[in-house]
Design a protein. Structure first.
Length: 178
């Protein structure tokens, strides 16, 4: 695993993405890497000119960093690969609708397109609670698409949070023997 939270250095092997399904499957692999770290299973992949240039998955707990969201980590890596703060023409695949922070970062990076699998009704800043990526008052707007691999992502997220709730119930029911 890379220091920035990605599972592989994209520059070591040029990986091509020819469809939204392929891009989202790569983001889903990153989400599974987050799950293995007991992180909320969100993954992101940045594609430029049909080639993966960066990956990331949530590391907020691992890094004790509230900004270590999959999208932000992937954007940081992509900017370093490109050597610029702008990722003009890039598509970002992320398993869950970006929050306000991530949507703002995607807009600041001038990403052309953002694709996500499922909406986030509690924190989503792209359509659920706000429209950071498409608001006409913004000086940059992204194209968006949603729904690719939604069933797989929904199952992954549901399983993670059900497991957390089950463990919390078990801990509440465990007698203190000290």
């Amino acid at each position: 695993m890379e220091r920035d939270g990605s599972t592989r250095d994209a520059s070591q092997r040029a990986e091509k993405v020819g469809s939204d399904r392929e891009g989202m499957e790569l983001a889903l692999a990153e989400a599974r890497a987050a799950l293995a770290l007991d992180e909320v299973p969100v993954g992101a992949v940045v594609v430029l000119d049909g080639t993966v240039i960066a990956r990331g998955h949530n590391r907020t707990r691992s890094d004790c960093d509230p900004t270590a969201h999959a999208e932000v980590l992937a954007l940081r890596r992509a900017a370093a690969v490109v050597g610029a703060q702008r990722l003009v023409g890039a598509t970002v695949y992320t398993t869950v609708e970006p929050c306000f922070m991530c949507a703002g970062a995607l807009s600041h990076a001038r990403v052309a397109r953002v694709v996500w699998a499922v909406r986030d009704p509690k924190f989503g800043g792209a359509v659920s609670l706000g429209s950071v990526l498409s608001d006409p008052r913004m000086n940059h707007r992204c194209q968006t698409a949603e729904g690719e691999c939604a069933d797989e992502v929904r199952a992954l997220m549901r399983g993670f949070f059900e497991d957390k709730r089950r463990k919390a119930r078990e801990n509440m029911n465990t007698p203190d023997l000290s």
